[in-house]
Design a protein around this ligand. Structure first.
Ligand code: ADP
Ligand code: ADP
Ligand code: ZN
Length: 215
């Protein structure tokens, strides 16, 4: 099974992708995570992407589509993919069709996480992750069970993204509206898109997604 999670920054794509991975043995392919790894490793792609990401603008279609192709090639042919943060433009949606077809895969579900823009700034500015295992947290909405200790791996080191500040979030939301929202009709015309209320609590969102993919 191959699924796209679509939604603006802070909609809950990463949170839900982590849960789907754990429950269904699928693999999350997050272009944001891949780009951050490239920035950290100072690869040519990372050096090119760093400033663009810091401004909250979109990295080139060629770069992210190449990352997705490599990501798929690195996983077993029978492992399902969860696309998180890709595609983000009409060109990327077109590339994904070709990338999947070349590997004998096809899209089963596109799930749109619908959220109020007002809620996104609070979600993004309160977001942090475990520095060791990547588990996501939030200052207000998802704190570790034991303060300062990761639920999943026990690490006491956490990190915040440099682009998770209010100013950059505004740019990222504008990019979503201008370039990503226009791809929704492509999937609507194919009849594979479903909308989930991303304002519900995390467990309710997970339950809604589980219901969709069980059909
Ligand atoms: P969020 O989860 O908040 O939506 P991501 O981690 O997906 O953010 O992306 C962080 C940044 O990485 C984006 O603001 C953009 O600069 C870059 N990026 C990630 N995915 C893509 C993509 N598919 N196309 C272009 N740029 C991307
Ligand atoms: P995205 O990957 O779409 O950018 P995340 O999954 O990283 O979004 O979620 C952004 C922040 O909001 C995280 O700190 C996460 O813990 C929190 N969050 C995710 N889903 C919900 C929800 N349904 N209700 C409240 N907070 C949420
Ligand atoms: Zn951890």
């Amino acid at each position: 099974m191959n699924i796209i999670l679509l939604g603006p920054p802070g909609a809950g794509k990463g949170t839900q992708a982590q849960r789907l991975m754990e429950r269904h043995g699928m693999r999350q392919l997050s272009t944001g995570d891949m780009l951050r790894a490239a920035v950290k490793a100072q690869t040519p792609v990372g050096l090119q992407a760093k400033a663009v990401m810091e401004r909250g603008e979109l990295v080139s279609d060629e770069i992210v589509s190449a990352l997705i192709g490599d990501g798929l090639d690195a996983m077993g042919p029978d492992t399902g993919a969860i696309f998180d943060g890709y595609p983000r433009t009409e060109a990327q949606a077109g590339s994904l069709d070709g990338i999947l077809a070349a590997r004998g895969r096809s899209l089963d579900h596109v799930i749109e996480l619908a959220v109020d823009e007002d809620a996104l700034v609070e979600r993004i500015t309160g977001r942090y992750t475990c520095a060791n295992c990547g588990k996501g947290y939030h200052d207000k909405f998802e704190q570790p069970r034991v303060a300062g200790t990761c639920d999943k791996c026990g690490s006491t080191e956490f990190k915040r993204r440099p682009d998770d500040n209010e100013e950059t979030v505004r740019t990222r939301m504008a990019e979503y509206r201008a370039k990503t929202a226009p791809i929704l009709p492509i999937y609507e015309s194919r009849g594979i898109i479903s909308r989930v209320d991303g304002m519900a609590d995390m467990d309710a969102v997970t339950a809604a997604i589980e219901g969709l993919i069980a059909d």
